[in-house]
Design a protein around this ligand. Structure first.
Ligand SMILES: NC(=O)c1ccc[n+]([C@@H]2O[C@H](COP(=O)([O-])OP(=O)(O)OC[C@H]3O[C@@H](n4cnc5c(N)ncnc54)[C@H](OP(=O)(O)O)[C@@H]3O)[C@@H](O)[C@H]2O)c1
Length: 297
Protein backbone atom coordinates (compact mmCIF):
# COMPACT_ATOMS: atom_id res chain seq x y z
CA UNK A 1 0.00 0.00 0.00
CA UNK A 2 1.12 3.55 -0.75
CA UNK A 3 -0.81 6.07 1.33
CA UNK A 4 -0.28 9.78 0.76
CA UNK A 5 -1.13 12.26 3.53
CA UNK A 6 -1.18 15.95 2.61
CA UNK A 7 -0.88 18.73 5.20
CA UNK A 8 1.88 17.02 7.14
CA UNK A 9 2.45 20.07 9.37
CA UNK A 10 -1.20 20.61 10.25
CA UNK A 11 -3.04 19.38 13.35
CA UNK A 12 -4.56 16.40 11.60
CA UNK A 13 -1.50 15.54 9.50
CA UNK A 14 0.71 15.49 12.59
CA UNK A 15 -1.82 13.47 14.56
CA UNK A 16 -1.97 10.82 11.82
CA UNK A 17 1.83 10.78 11.70
CA UNK A 18 2.05 10.28 15.45
CA UNK A 19 -0.31 7.31 15.53
CA UNK A 20 1.28 5.64 12.51
CA UNK A 21 4.79 6.11 13.86
CA UNK A 22 4.08 5.02 17.41
CA UNK A 23 5.18 1.46 18.17
CA UNK A 24 2.37 -0.84 17.05
CA UNK A 25 0.47 2.27 15.95
CA UNK A 26 -2.84 0.72 15.18
CA UNK A 27 -1.15 -2.17 13.33
CA UNK A 28 -0.30 0.11 10.42
CA UNK A 29 3.07 0.06 8.80
CA UNK A 30 4.73 3.50 8.80
CA UNK A 31 6.52 2.48 5.60
CA UNK A 32 3.21 2.61 3.75
CA UNK A 33 2.69 6.30 4.51
CA UNK A 34 4.13 9.30 2.70
CA UNK A 35 3.56 12.66 4.40
CA UNK A 36 3.82 15.85 2.34
CA UNK A 37 3.69 19.54 3.12
CA UNK A 38 3.21 22.56 0.93
CA UNK A 39 6.95 22.70 0.04
CA UNK A 40 6.52 19.54 -2.03
CA UNK A 41 2.83 19.72 -2.90
CA UNK A 42 1.41 23.23 -2.96
CA UNK A 43 -2.36 23.14 -3.27
CA UNK A 44 -2.28 26.76 -4.36
CA UNK A 45 -0.53 25.74 -7.57
CA UNK A 46 -2.05 23.55 -10.26
CA UNK A 47 1.40 22.83 -11.69
CA UNK A 48 2.84 21.88 -8.30
CA UNK A 49 0.09 19.29 -7.92
CA UNK A 50 0.67 17.92 -11.43
CA UNK A 51 4.44 17.81 -10.91
CA UNK A 52 4.18 16.04 -7.59
CA UNK A 53 2.05 13.20 -8.91
CA UNK A 54 4.00 12.97 -12.18
CA UNK A 55 7.19 12.47 -10.19
CA UNK A 56 5.93 9.84 -7.76
CA UNK A 57 4.65 6.29 -8.11
CA UNK A 58 0.90 5.81 -7.98
CA UNK A 59 -0.85 5.92 -4.63
CA UNK A 60 -3.49 3.51 -3.33
CA UNK A 61 -5.01 5.97 -0.87
CA UNK A 62 -4.79 9.78 -0.65
CA UNK A 63 -5.74 11.48 2.62
CA UNK A 64 -6.21 15.20 2.09
CA UNK A 65 -5.74 16.78 5.50
CA UNK A 66 -4.37 20.02 4.04
CA UNK A 67 -6.72 22.97 3.76
CA UNK A 68 -6.93 26.72 3.93
CA UNK A 69 -8.24 26.99 7.51
CA UNK A 70 -7.94 30.70 8.38
CA UNK A 71 -11.68 31.30 8.73
CA UNK A 72 -11.56 35.07 9.28
CA UNK A 73 -8.73 35.74 6.82
CA UNK A 74 -10.68 33.85 4.15
CA UNK A 75 -13.12 36.75 3.98
CA UNK A 76 -10.23 38.79 2.48
CA UNK A 77 -8.54 35.90 0.64
CA UNK A 78 -11.50 34.43 -1.15
CA UNK A 79 -9.53 33.38 -4.21
CA UNK A 80 -6.84 31.59 -2.21
CA UNK A 81 -9.42 29.80 -0.04
CA UNK A 82 -11.30 28.72 -3.16
CA UNK A 83 -8.13 27.48 -4.84
CA UNK A 84 -6.96 25.36 -1.89
CA UNK A 85 -10.33 24.16 -0.57
CA UNK A 86 -12.17 23.75 -3.87
CA UNK A 87 -10.11 23.73 -7.07
CA UNK A 88 -7.18 21.78 -5.63
CA UNK A 89 -9.61 19.22 -4.18
CA UNK A 90 -11.19 18.83 -7.61
CA UNK A 91 -7.74 18.31 -9.10
CA UNK A 92 -6.77 15.78 -6.39
CA UNK A 93 -10.01 13.89 -7.04
CA UNK A 94 -9.22 13.75 -10.77
CA UNK A 95 -5.76 12.37 -10.07
CA UNK A 96 -7.02 9.87 -7.47
CA UNK A 97 -9.61 8.62 -9.92
CA UNK A 98 -7.02 8.26 -12.68
CA UNK A 99 -4.72 6.34 -10.31
CA UNK A 100 -7.64 4.20 -9.09
CA UNK A 101 -6.79 5.40 -5.59
CA UNK A 102 -9.21 5.90 -2.71
CA UNK A 103 -9.53 9.51 -1.55
CA UNK A 104 -10.30 10.60 2.00
CA UNK A 105 -11.05 14.29 2.22
CA UNK A 106 -11.85 16.39 5.28
CA UNK A 107 -14.60 18.98 5.35
CA UNK A 108 -16.31 21.04 7.98
CA UNK A 109 -19.45 21.70 10.02
CA UNK A 110 -19.25 25.23 8.56
CA UNK A 111 -21.01 23.96 5.42
CA UNK A 112 -24.17 24.40 7.55
CA UNK A 113 -25.74 27.71 8.55
CA UNK A 114 -26.14 26.63 12.19
CA UNK A 115 -29.83 27.44 12.42
CA UNK A 116 -31.05 23.86 12.92
CA UNK A 117 -32.45 22.84 16.29
CA UNK A 118 -31.41 19.22 15.86
CA UNK A 119 -28.06 17.60 14.98
CA UNK A 120 -27.19 17.74 11.28
CA UNK A 121 -27.11 14.48 9.37
CA UNK A 122 -25.06 13.95 6.22
CA UNK A 123 -28.00 14.76 3.94
CA UNK A 124 -29.12 17.88 5.80
CA UNK A 125 -29.32 21.00 3.70
CA UNK A 126 -26.03 22.87 3.41
CA UNK A 127 -25.93 26.66 3.42
CA UNK A 128 -22.56 28.10 4.49
CA UNK A 129 -22.51 31.62 5.89
CA UNK A 130 -18.85 32.49 5.41
CA UNK A 131 -16.19 32.30 2.66
CA UNK A 132 -14.34 29.40 4.29
CA UNK A 133 -17.54 27.32 4.54
CA UNK A 134 -18.44 28.14 0.94
CA UNK A 135 -15.00 27.11 -0.30
CA UNK A 136 -15.17 23.82 1.63
CA UNK A 137 -18.66 23.07 0.32
CA UNK A 138 -17.51 23.78 -3.24
CA UNK A 139 -14.66 21.30 -2.61
CA UNK A 140 -17.12 18.63 -1.43
CA UNK A 141 -19.34 19.12 -4.48
CA UNK A 142 -16.46 19.12 -6.96
CA UNK A 143 -15.03 15.97 -5.39
CA UNK A 144 -18.39 14.18 -5.60
CA UNK A 145 -18.83 15.21 -9.25
CA UNK A 146 -15.34 14.10 -10.32
CA UNK A 147 -15.19 11.03 -8.13
CA UNK A 148 -18.63 9.51 -7.61
CA UNK A 149 -16.99 6.28 -6.48
CA UNK A 150 -14.33 5.41 -3.90
CA UNK A 151 -14.01 8.64 -1.97
CA UNK A 152 -14.96 9.54 1.57
CA UNK A 153 -15.66 13.05 2.84
CA UNK A 154 -15.52 13.51 6.60
CA UNK A 155 -17.07 16.65 8.05
CA UNK A 156 -15.60 17.53 11.40
CA UNK A 157 -15.78 20.43 13.85
CA UNK A 158 -13.83 22.45 16.45
CA UNK A 159 -10.55 20.57 15.93
CA UNK A 160 -7.85 20.95 18.58
CA UNK A 161 -4.62 19.14 19.36
CA UNK A 162 -1.17 19.51 20.87
CA UNK A 163 -0.05 21.05 17.56
CA UNK A 164 -0.35 24.39 15.81
CA UNK A 165 -2.90 27.00 16.81
CA UNK A 166 -6.25 26.08 18.23
CA UNK A 167 -8.78 27.18 20.81
CA UNK A 168 -7.43 24.96 23.60
CA UNK A 169 -3.86 26.20 23.22
CA UNK A 170 -5.01 29.82 22.91
CA UNK A 171 -7.06 29.53 26.13
CA UNK A 172 -4.15 27.91 27.98
CA UNK A 173 -1.86 30.78 26.90
CA UNK A 174 -4.36 33.57 27.66
CA UNK A 175 -5.32 31.94 30.96
CA UNK A 176 -1.73 32.36 32.16
CA UNK A 177 -1.61 36.00 31.09
CA UNK A 178 -4.99 37.26 32.29
CA UNK A 179 -7.25 37.04 35.33
CA UNK A 180 -10.44 36.93 33.31
CA UNK A 181 -11.57 36.34 29.74
CA UNK A 182 -14.74 36.95 27.75
CA UNK A 183 -15.80 33.95 25.67
CA UNK A 184 -18.80 33.52 23.40
CA UNK A 185 -21.57 31.46 25.00
CA UNK A 186 -24.18 31.35 22.22
CA UNK A 187 -22.30 29.19 19.72
CA UNK A 188 -22.72 25.47 20.33
CA UNK A 189 -20.77 22.61 18.80
CA UNK A 190 -18.74 19.50 19.47
CA UNK A 191 -14.99 19.69 19.98
CA UNK A 192 -12.83 17.14 18.14
CA UNK A 193 -9.44 15.95 19.35
CA UNK A 194 -7.34 15.61 16.17
CA UNK A 195 -5.93 12.30 17.46
CA UNK A 196 -9.46 10.86 17.56
CA UNK A 197 -10.21 12.13 14.06
CA UNK A 198 -6.91 10.62 12.88
CA UNK A 199 -7.93 7.34 14.56
CA UNK A 200 -11.27 7.39 12.74
CA UNK A 201 -9.52 7.93 9.40
CA UNK A 202 -7.12 5.06 10.08
CA UNK A 203 -10.08 2.86 10.98
CA UNK A 204 -11.54 3.57 7.54
CA UNK A 205 -8.24 2.75 5.87
CA UNK A 206 -8.11 -0.61 7.64
CA UNK A 207 -11.62 -1.45 6.42
CA UNK A 208 -11.39 -4.25 3.85
CA UNK A 209 -14.44 -3.13 1.87
CA UNK A 210 -13.08 0.40 1.62
CA UNK A 211 -9.71 -0.85 0.39
CA UNK A 212 -10.89 -3.55 -1.94
CA UNK A 213 -14.42 -2.95 -3.20
CA UNK A 214 -15.78 -0.20 -5.43
CA UNK A 215 -18.19 1.87 -3.38
CA UNK A 216 -20.17 5.04 -3.98
CA UNK A 217 -18.57 8.15 -2.54
CA UNK A 218 -20.01 9.00 0.88
CA UNK A 219 -20.09 11.86 3.33
CA UNK A 220 -19.67 11.09 7.04
CA UNK A 221 -19.82 13.27 10.12
CA UNK A 222 -17.22 12.91 12.84
CA UNK A 223 -16.54 14.86 16.02
CA UNK A 224 -16.24 13.84 19.65
CA UNK A 225 -19.56 13.23 21.40
CA UNK A 226 -21.46 15.80 23.43
CA UNK A 227 -22.25 19.43 22.96
CA UNK A 228 -20.87 22.57 24.52
CA UNK A 229 -20.53 26.31 24.02
CA UNK A 230 -17.12 27.96 23.56
CA UNK A 231 -17.64 29.59 26.98
CA UNK A 232 -18.21 26.29 28.80
CA UNK A 233 -15.40 24.69 26.82
CA UNK A 234 -13.01 27.41 28.02
CA UNK A 235 -14.18 26.87 31.61
CA UNK A 236 -13.50 23.14 31.33
CA UNK A 237 -10.04 23.79 29.84
CA UNK A 238 -9.14 25.93 32.85
CA UNK A 239 -10.61 23.39 35.26
CA UNK A 240 -8.50 20.57 33.84
CA UNK A 241 -5.37 22.75 33.60
CA UNK A 242 -6.01 24.09 37.14
CA UNK A 243 -5.72 27.63 35.78
CA UNK A 244 -7.20 30.40 37.84
CA UNK A 245 -8.93 32.50 35.20
CA UNK A 246 -12.54 33.69 35.31
CA UNK A 247 -14.51 33.13 32.10
CA UNK A 248 -17.32 35.58 31.40
CA UNK A 249 -20.04 34.60 28.92
CA UNK A 250 -20.59 37.03 26.07
CA UNK A 251 -22.79 36.94 22.98
CA UNK A 252 -21.62 36.60 19.37
CA UNK A 253 -22.86 40.16 18.89
CA UNK A 254 -20.45 41.35 21.56
CA UNK A 255 -17.55 39.65 19.79
CA UNK A 256 -17.73 40.62 16.12
CA UNK A 257 -15.41 38.72 13.76
CA UNK A 258 -14.77 39.22 10.03
CA UNK A 259 -16.37 35.84 9.25
CA UNK A 260 -19.83 34.99 10.57
CA UNK A 261 -19.96 31.80 12.68
CA UNK A 262 -22.84 29.31 12.60
CA UNK A 263 -24.72 29.17 15.93
CA UNK A 264 -25.24 25.47 16.39
CA UNK A 265 -23.39 22.90 14.32
CA UNK A 266 -24.00 19.69 16.21
CA UNK A 267 -23.63 16.73 13.88
CA UNK A 268 -25.07 13.24 14.12
CA UNK A 269 -22.24 10.66 13.92
CA UNK A 270 -24.24 7.44 13.64
CA UNK A 271 -23.34 6.80 10.00
CA UNK A 272 -19.55 6.60 10.48
CA UNK A 273 -19.91 4.64 13.73
CA UNK A 274 -22.21 2.05 12.15
CA UNK A 275 -20.24 1.70 8.91
CA UNK A 276 -16.68 1.60 10.25
CA UNK A 277 -17.07 0.78 13.96
CA UNK A 278 -15.29 4.00 14.79
CA UNK A 279 -14.87 4.55 18.55
CA UNK A 280 -16.08 7.88 19.75
CA UNK A 281 -15.39 9.37 23.16
CA UNK A 282 -17.23 12.19 24.87
CA UNK A 283 -15.23 15.42 24.37
CA UNK A 284 -14.13 15.62 28.05
CA UNK A 285 -11.83 12.61 28.07
CA UNK A 286 -9.79 13.57 24.97
CA UNK A 287 -9.54 17.16 26.24
CA UNK A 288 -7.97 15.79 29.41
CA UNK A 289 -5.51 13.74 27.36
CA UNK A 290 -4.53 16.71 25.22
CA UNK A 291 -3.98 19.07 28.16
CA UNK A 292 -2.03 16.41 30.09
CA UNK A 293 0.17 15.79 27.04
CA UNK A 294 0.76 19.53 26.59
CA UNK A 295 1.75 19.86 30.25
CA UNK A 296 4.26 17.04 29.91
CA UNK A 297 5.97 18.71 26.93
N1 LIG B 1 -9.34 23.26 12.73
C1 LIG B 1 -10.66 23.15 12.84
O1 LIG B 1 -11.27 23.59 13.82
C2 LIG B 1 -11.46 22.45 11.77
C3 LIG B 1 -12.86 22.41 11.89
C4 LIG B 1 -13.59 21.75 10.88
C5 LIG B 1 -12.94 21.17 9.82
N2 LIG B 1 -11.58 21.25 9.73
C6 LIG B 1 -10.94 20.62 8.57
O2 LIG B 1 -10.10 19.59 9.05
C7 LIG B 1 -8.96 19.45 8.19
C8 LIG B 1 -7.70 19.48 9.01
O3 LIG B 1 -7.63 20.72 9.66
P1 LIG B 1 -6.44 21.10 10.67
O4 LIG B 1 -7.07 21.63 11.89
O5 LIG B 1 -5.46 19.98 10.75
O6 LIG B 1 -5.82 22.33 9.87
P2 LIG B 1 -4.43 23.06 10.08
O7 LIG B 1 -3.81 22.67 11.36
O8 LIG B 1 -4.67 24.48 9.77
O9 LIG B 1 -3.55 22.42 8.93
C9 LIG B 1 -3.81 22.65 7.60
C10 LIG B 1 -2.58 22.26 6.81
O10 LIG B 1 -2.85 22.57 5.44
C11 LIG B 1 -1.69 23.09 4.90
N3 LIG B 1 -1.91 23.97 3.77
C12 LIG B 1 -2.53 25.16 3.74
N4 LIG B 1 -2.43 25.71 2.52
C13 LIG B 1 -1.74 24.82 1.77
C14 LIG B 1 -1.29 24.80 0.43
N5 LIG B 1 -1.52 25.84 -0.38
N6 LIG B 1 -0.62 23.73 -0.03
C15 LIG B 1 -0.36 22.69 0.79
N7 LIG B 1 -0.72 22.65 2.08
C16 LIG B 1 -1.41 23.70 2.55
C17 LIG B 1 -1.03 23.90 6.01
O11 LIG B 1 0.33 24.02 5.71
P3 LIG B 1 1.34 24.93 6.56
O12 LIG B 1 1.58 24.16 7.83
O13 LIG B 1 2.53 25.00 5.70
O14 LIG B 1 0.63 26.22 6.76
C18 LIG B 1 -1.33 23.04 7.22
O15 LIG B 1 -0.28 22.14 7.48
C19 LIG B 1 -9.10 20.57 7.15
O16 LIG B 1 -9.70 20.06 6.00
C20 LIG B 1 -10.03 21.56 7.80
O17 LIG B 1 -10.75 22.31 6.84
C21 LIG B 1 -10.83 21.86 10.67
Amino acid sequence: MRILVTGKNGQLGRSIYKIVNTANGDNLSPNEFIFVGREELDLNSESSIINYFDNHDKFDIVINSAAYTAVDQAEEEQELANQVNHLAVKQLAGIAKEQKARLIHISTDYVFNGESDKPYIETSETNPINVYGKSKLAGEKALQAVMPMNAVIIRTSWVYSEYGNNFVKTMLRLGKERDELNVVSDQIGSPTYATDLAGAILEIIKNKEFREEDQATQIYHYSNEGEISWHDFAKEIFKIAKTNCKVNPITTQQYPTPAKRPKNTLMNKNKIIEKFGVKNANWKEPLNTCITTLKEQ
